[in-house]
Design a protein. Structure first.
Length: 240
């Protein structure tokens, strides 16, 4: 079967279903939105039971909200990095600081709302605790791997497919209300670390970026951003 990528939009978030030989889900949206997933699965003719893995790119409430319900619906295992576990297992939340003026303003405006929303995340146990080593997805029938890409949160991860598609969670933001064009996230615990991760991801050959917020875009757009930021200078970028 050829690779299929389905986008599920939940408010301003995007979750993705990747179907290859097997099927995985990337991110779990806001809390209390399981019906949005149910409807999307039906419309896209995805049998919930075919989803064998739910990868959580990081612990913020808008990416893990339905993890518990989705696990019950699909029977899939949940994979998350050890450094973000407490978000899901103990409902912890800290809003990452804004990295530019808009981010700082949004942080101030949204903080009370974010705290309330994140307290609604039902806790759930993580089945596959990721660490700093790459985690291959072969056993789930997907040609690709999960890589640790910290910076937005300490336990942020990305899914890189061998065919060049990259699901980066909040390592990039694209579109309102975050940014007008694709670029670095406006919230991050360590933006310098994110830039380093970008360099690493680009050196592994990526062609299409699927961010946690906003539409997908070509990696070339990001290359330009990173050259302008002087994150990339003369480094070799692998082309797929
Ligand atoms: Zn986030
Ligand atoms: Zn988010």
């Amino acid at each position: 079967m050829s690779l299929q990528i389905f986008t599920i939009r939940i408010g301003i978030n995007r979750c993705y279903v990747v179907r290859d030989e097997g099927t995985i889900l990337i991110d779990a949206g806001y809390p209390n939105r399981i019906n949005v997933f149910r409807r999307a699965f039906r419309k896209m003719q995805i049998d919930p039971g075919e989803i064998r893995l739910i990868v959580l790119t990081h612990g913020h409430f808008d990416h893990i909200g339905c993890a518990k319900d989705l696990k019950a619906l699909t029977g899939a295992r949940i994979a998350m990095h050890e450094k973000d576990l407490m978000y899901l297992e103990a409902s912890r939340f800290t809003a990452p600081p804004g990295v530019n003026l808009w981010g700082k303003l949004m942080h101030k405006l949204l903080f009370p709302f974010l705290n309330r929303a994140s307290s609604k995340v039902p806790t759930e146990k993580v089945d596959i605790v990721l660490n700093d080593e790459d985690y291959p997805l072969d056993e789930f029938g997907v040609k690709g791997k999960i890589v640790h890409t910290p910076g937005h949160t300490p336990g942020s991860v990305s899914v890189l497919l061998d065919t060049g598609e990259a699901f980066l969670g909040c390592m990039a933001h694209n579109g309102f209300p975050f940014r007008l064009r694709p670029g670095l996230p406006i919230f991050a615990e360590d933006i310098e670390q994110i830039k380093e991760c970008w360099k690493r991801v680009l050196q592994q050959g990526v062609k299409m970026i699927y961010p946690g917020h906003g539409p997908s875009f070509s990696v070339k757009v990001m290359e330009k951003v990173l050259r302008k930021e002087k994150v990339l200078r003369n480094e070799k970028i692998l082309r797929k």
